[in-house]
Every structure is written in C-alpha cells, then in structure tokens.
Design a protein around this ligand. Sequence first.
Ligand code: ZN
Length: 656
Amino acid sequence: MKSSWNESEAKKLKNDPLKLRVYTSRLLGKEEDLVLHGGGNTSVKTRERNIFGEEEDIIYVKGSGWDLATIEEAGFAPVKLKTLLQMAELDELNDSEMVKYQRMAMTDPTAPTPSVEAILHAIIPFAFVDHTHADAVVTISNSKEGERRLKELYGDRIMVVPYVMPGFILAKQIHELTKDIDWSNVDGIILQHHGVFTFHDDPKVSYERMISMVSKAEEYLKKNATLRKADAPALAPDTLQIARLRKQLANVWRKAVLVHLDNTEISTSFSNHPELERIANQGPLTPDHIIRTKRTPLVLSDDHEGSLNTFVQAYEKYFIDFNTGNLISLDKAPRWAVWPGHGTLSFDTNFKAVQIIRDISQHTMKAILQAEMLDEWTALSRKDLFEMEYWVLEQEKLKKGGSARPMQGRIALVTGAASGIGKACAERLLGEGAVVAALDINPSITTVFKKSEILAIECDVTDERQLLAAIQKTVSHFGGLDMIVANAGIFPKSMNIADMDQATWHKTLDVNVTSHQRLLTLAAPYLALGINPSVVIIGSKNVGAPGPGAAAYSVSKAALTQLARVAAMELGEKGIRVNVLHPNAVFDTGIWSEQVLETRARHYGITVDEYKRNNILKVEVTSQDVADLAVMVLGPVFAKTTGAQIPIDGGNDRII
Ligand code: ZN
C-alpha cells in the first residue's frame, strides 16, 4: 500500500485541523483494504472558545453511520474531551448510557452520534488518531499463530492487544494498559481480530504510519501466503436453482430477498477449497462484519433446501447457547452462501446491502485463504461473535437504513425500456423499491439508467437466444423474476390492407405478438418461483377501437391481448396474474416528434394541444401516467385481479 498524501493539497488546509482530518480520513477511506463500508474511524483534538469566552478541549470524532471514503466536516461529532476522559475512569458503564453521555457532551446537538470508539480516541494523547480494520493485519491476526507473528513483525514500538468487545470495555482495557506508559515509545496499537490504531500530532505522520504498518503486513503475506490462480473456471449456474433457493430464503426471512451470484476468481477458488466446511464455518474477518454477513455463510450441498434447513437449525442452537435470557432472536436467514464450484451468493432485501455483503465476503475469503497458507484461519469464538451480533449499538446501525419501500426485494423485467412507457415503468418500479432488468434493442439502454438497482441489457426480444440469456442474466444478478412489464412494440407507418407489404406485416406480428409469447414461455418457470408474481402487458386502444391504415398494428395488439387472456387462465393456476393496459395517444414517446404531431393536428384542423387532449376528459395521457397504473396493477391493490383489460386513454366513446 502506498501513501496518497499530497503535500500541495494538504498545505491548503494547514490552518484548519478539521479540514485536514476530513482530508486524511478520505485517504484512508478510499482504500478498500483498510476500511470497508463504514468500518474504521478517525478523530482530531482541538481547542475552541465557547460562547462564554472559555477555552475548551474538543475532540471531533467520526459520527456513526458516516463512511470514511465520503466523510465531510458535518460527519464529525464535536465532543468535550474532558467528559470522555472522565468516562474512561468509571469502573462500569453500559453501552446505552455511554452513548447517552457522549451525546450530552457534544457541543452541537445536531451533529451525528459519535463513534462507539470515541472514548478510546480520547485516551490516546495525540491530536490525530486513525483507526482502520486493515485486511492484511487482521488476516495475520486471524491465523493460529497470529499474536506471535504480529509481535515478530512489528517489534516493541507497536502494542499488540488481545481482543475484547469494542465500546466501553475496549476503551477501559486500553486505558488500563496505557496508564503508566510513555506514549513516545508507541507508534501504533494492534487490536487482535479487529484492527489498527496510529496517532500523532502531525496528521501526515499518523496517516503514513498506518500505511507503513499495513504495507509491512502486505509484504509479509506476499512472501508467506501468495494465492494461487484458480484451478478451474466457475461452473455455469442452473438459474432455476437460484430462483428456487431465493424462494426458500424468502420463506425463512419472511421478506422478499435478492440473491446475487459472484463467480469472480476469489469466490470460485474459495468454493472449490477441499476443506470448505471447516474454513467457511469459523467466523468473519472482523467482528463488526457480523451484522452484515452473520457469523458464517450457508455452505450449499446438492440439496439446497436441506442445507438451508441445517443452517437455520444451527443458528437456532447458537442463539439458545448464548442468549442470556432477555434477547429476541434476529431472523435466522444466512446473508451469503458458498456454492461449490460456482462461487458465492449474497442475500439481502435491498441491492445496496447485497453489494456490501458481496464486497465483505470477497475480502473475507481472501483473508481466509491467506491465513490458511500461513497456518490455519482462526476467527473469534462463537460467544464473542454472538455478543457482537446482538450488541445494541451494532443493531442500531442497521436501523439507519430507513423503512422498506413497498416493492423492496422484488425483481421486475421491463422490455422496450430505453424510452417512453418502458423507461417510465422501470423508473417507477425503482422508486417503489424494486430492482429492474431493463431490456431494449437500442444500445442506448446501457447509458439511460445510472443506478446499480437497474440492470440494463441490450436485447432483441425477437431473438430467442438473446431473450433467454437476458432472463438468465437477470436471475444470476438479482435472484429471480417476480414482475414483467411486456412493453416492447413497434408502430409501423400507416398502410392500407390493399397496399400491405408482407415484411411489415410479419415484422409487426413478430415484435408485437410472438416476442411476448416467447418472453412468457421462457419466463414462466421463473415467475412460478416468484414472489407475488404478476405480469402487465401493454396493449392499445386500437384493440377495441381499430382505425383504417393500421391493420398490422391493430391485429398484433388484438392477438397480444388474446395471448394475455389465455396466459391469465394458464398461469393463474400458479398464482401468476396477467393483466392488460390499453393506453391511447401517449405522445411523449420516441415515435412522436413535434413535426409528426403538427402534421396530424393539421390533418384534423385542430391545434397540437387539442390533438393531444382529444378524449372525453380532455386530458393528456403521458408515459408517466401509464407507468403509475402499471405499477399499481403489478402491486397488492390488484392482488385479486387477473385477465383484466384497463383503458388509460382519457375516455374514448368507442371503447366505453
Ligand atoms: Zn474498529
């Protein structure tokens, strides 16, 4: 690991300790091998004058819930140093009281709650204190001979401290150990199974000591535990197995969940390890990961459901073994699985959390494989990990995620999603908390959406192989398929039957009817394993009220509607609902340019605005309106409706 210190950047911040603190915190935060998703914390001590004109020692400590990679000044909580030092003198203090008194000692009540490690930061008598959960150091610590190795590697100027629970107990331990020491003889502290502290009055020295300590551990691992390349590529997954496992997980969790396949090299190598059961079942890289990943992953056998049941039973036993009597069990579902030969699967109810779990598991697997090469991976005891998992202050962190949205954990697929109704549906589904596979033949689909919750796939829906590949990619990426908005369609140019060319006729039927049949055929087995599965098919007013010159379009939409009606009967037996929307005159789509609108309006002798509102209610129907209705029909309000046809056309006397 290299220092990223930039002297000219730092010079600009020279007279502002908090700005410098933000600067070096971000330097630490950008290294995933130092801190991952909210891990680690930093602080700076300053002197400030309060409103009474008195000088006070203040420590700015990273606020809980902030990430070092993106932290700002507002992410640090200013706390009176004196109070924290007094707290360190107490014999006992429970965690809730600790948090309460820390908050009471803040000089800004709107600041975030200070890190649970605030007292420890206060004890260390230097202006800048840096704390990370550096992979390389913790990997060595989590080997059987970890303590000996660390002491040999770092010598006398680094304190190596046995593991205790973070929070007050840890602060107290360090307070006792350092009461009578000369701090000028200590360059850093390693907390076994946990992480590293460095400190100095100069932020550069503190930061670079961290980098140099970590580099030392990295070099040690490079010399003694270089990972080999994977022997074999990952096996191609049976995506129906993934969808089935997701359904079983949702039953255990009692929530819709997402499942993400990771078959990168590290995951594949790990999944092929001959002693997988032993190395996977010990514990996480650092104890704070447990709230994200649970203590161990699910190790899948050929019988996925049986493996899941075994995991749940083991979790029940673990809870009974360590519950002191007044705790309520968390859900018993695993957060990730190792799938021998295939890689790993990450699970959670929202995709951000799934990605966090995937990242954490990748770092964990690397550490396990390296520690195994040193001697033997040795995580913390079940009891220590249980205490961490059920620690109130850790559980509080998860609650900060906010309340779940209505479609959280559910997976949708939208065709024709690059523009118009399809794009509006994808965005609306995302807004409801669903993840979306957005398909379109237009290559622009890959740049339309910026969120990781939308998987953009360039796909010609008339090509069966492309369509199947898109469905399988969706299931590998998100875990299954619950909802479909079958929207892809074309509107050929006006042509009387007498002048019909066969190519136009066939193409229209192929895109507007046959592609939807293929989609339903290929998706049916996945929908059958979906959570409240539901399909919306975008029809057209032309089905009920055809017009001259649009034979191919009207016929194709009528056939599509008939397909939907039969699908409602057949798929309904498996609980899958199929409903049709019949929009009319939706002009904010790709096919309607201003010029075309003007030509049409002139043809009828009315203005463009009158043309757009040419219906009983005199309202304009937009893509957004159709998307709002589509999402409503997919959702619980329509849970008991299937085979319905709903107009969204502002009222049309020929339909009514
Ligand atoms: Zn820590």
